[in-house]
Design a protein around this ligand. Structure first.
Ligand code: ADP
Ligand code: MG
Length: 495
């Protein structure tokens, strides 16, 4: 393994070059960017970029949203790269990824079944060599690991098989998951199992259910989200034991990796690939979930994709209305158990399951809102109160109302002109193009009429607006990069 990893946020005593020098260096990168691009651009696009660490001479930067990632890649990749190379020990460039903030991603752990501690000495030795990657090198004291513990273990007790409602769209995934969880250690019914589905359709629920059930059966389980895998990898490098993940993980029976689409970066991907291969070859069960087909995971190496796609691949489909009603019903029952005065009649469940048509996450949100509403008002839940309670939930699913002023500001920032330029009479190309794009976006994203848009663009005639709209419409069918750019602007405005 080449250079040691240097996680930016970790204690200096482990880092090769101290924490403070790296923090200072990152501050210098930020200062350069601010000086080069100006305060406006800097605060729009760079203020929330963080340095996660440096591995093999690559600086790993994280941002809070996918949009910001694609935007920076599309417009500022080179500038970021040049400035990072200039100030950081990162001769091999940069890698951008999206920071994961979700309930299930706060920690990665190796979960030891209670039964394991009572096993004979041979197995215990094995356990000693298989340290939790998340604590490797962090100096954390050894601790009792349970579903929730001082180490921040994250398995959520609620996400078990009993609470998982089976319907047409997920029955295959459920059956495979149960089978794997129940199989004796060392036998691998489908290896690897690759689950894919859109957001909120139960991937994490099934993965956690597998991990909990396997653990209950006395198997040793490691559960990771992609970002914890990445941080764990940094920690493993930092500990300088030169032990690769696969060594650390060889004592386990089952490896579960959630949200594999977020695994980024060449050496981390390689390590992930090695880990998967080594564990499969050693007869360990692997379960992986992603948001798309393995073959469409562009960030991953071709060989990993084919390995993931080479086992059992199961898609979890959209939840139909009946399934949504059952999931909601079961969630409400749980709430009722904790709040005996909280009742929701079947009509209301049917209504909510019909209008909240997106996914399990939003159904959870709806159930919580009904409870909050009932608790605060002290009134039973009726169709009317239910409608009021979830109205804003349903509304937040609609695209955001976009204001012409916001369009003008965003487009101006993007093209390095001022909003006044856009409204002005100036006809230089540097101003005309952003002006036309802003007019086009105003037509596409707001209900305003052409004359109204004209007035808002410095009192122009509606034919000028029409001309701009047609021109951009045509241009984006002919120019791929312009198309992508306008698309990004649209998404940004609606985000
Ligand atoms: P994903 O990981 O695919 O984005 P999650 O597993 O986090 O989705 O599911 C989102 C929410 O919906 C969770 O609270 C989960 O328990 C619930 N959910 C999804 N599908 C089901 C199901 N079939 N039965 C019960 N709850 C479900
Ligand atoms: Mg998930």
């Amino acid at each position: 393994m080449a250079a040691a990893g240097i996680p930016a946020g970790e204690a200096a005593d482990h880092a090769v070059s101290g924490k403070s020098s790296l923090v200072d260096a990152w501050e210098r990168v930020r200062r350069r960017l601010r000086a080069e691009l100006g305060e406006d651009v800097f605060s729009s696009w760079f203020a929330r970029v963080e340095l996660a660490g440096i591995i093999d001479g690559v600086a790993y930067l994280t941002v809070p949203t996918r949009f910001l990632k694609s935007w920076l890649e599309a417009h500022y990749a080179e500038r970021l790269r040049v400035n990072c190379i200039a100030e950081l020990p990162a001769p091999n460039g940069i890698m951008l990824s999206v920071r994961q903030v979700s309930r299930d991603s706060s920690q990665a752990v190796v979960i030891e079944p209670a039964a394991f501690r009572a096993r004979p000495a041979a197995a215990a030795t094995n356990a000693a060599t298989a340290q939790a990657p998340s604590t490797a090198g962090s100096g954390a004291p050894p601790c009792e690991r349970d579903l929730v513990d001082a180490c921040g273990t994250v398995l959520d007790r609620r996400l078990n098989f009993q609470n998982f409602i089976v319907g047409k769209s997920n029955q295959l995934a459920f059956a495979a998951a149960e089978r794997i969880a129940a199989a004796p250690a060392g036998s691998t019914p489908y290896n690897p199992l690759y689950l894919h589905a859109g957001v909120g359709l139960g991937k994490t629920h099934l993965l956690q259910a597998i991990a909990q059930e396997a653990r209950r059966q006395g198997k040793r389980v490691a559960y990771f989200t992609a970002d914890r895998f990445m941080y764990g990898f940094v920690a493993a490098l930092k500990s300088q034991t030169a032990l690769a993940f696969k060594e650390k993980l060889r004592g386990i029976d089952l490896l579960v990796v959630d949200d594999v689409q977020f695994i980024q970066g060449k050496s981390i991907q390689q390590e992930f690939g090695h880990t998967i291969n080594a564990l499969i070859d050693a007869g360990k069960q692997i379960v992986v979930a992603g948001d798309r087909l393995a073959n469409d995971l562009e960030a991953l190496d071709e060989r990993i994709r084919s390995r993931l796609g080479g086992g059992l691949v199961v898609e979890v489909g959209e939840l139909d209305e009946a399934l949504r009603a059952k999931i909601l019903g079961s969630r409400l029952e749980t709430l009722h158990a904790a709040h005996p005065n909280f009742h929701v009649n079947p009509d209301v469940v049917t209504y909510v399951a019909r209008v909240v048509a997106t996914n399990g996450r939003d159904l959870d949100g709806a159930a919580n809102r009904l409870l909050a509403h009932a608790t605060l008002s002290g009134q039973p839940v009726t169709l009317e109160t239910a409608e009021a309670a979830i109205r804003d939930l349903v509304r937040t699913r609609e695209p955001r109302r976009v204001k012409i002023e916001d369009i003008q500001k965003l487009v101006a920032t993007r093209y390095n002109v001022s909003r006044a330029d856009i409204l002005s009479e100036r006809r230089t190309a540097a101003v005309v193009k952003p002006r036309q794009i802003a007019m086009y976006l105003s037509k596409a994203l707001t209900p305003r009429s052409l004359p109204e848009i004209g007035r808002r663009f410095g009192g122009r005639d509606h034919t000028t607006v029409l001309h701009a709209v047609r021109k951009i419409e045509k241009a984006i069918t002919e120019d791929r990069s312009l198309h992508d750019e306008v698309d990004l602007l649209k998404r940004m405005l609606q985000e």
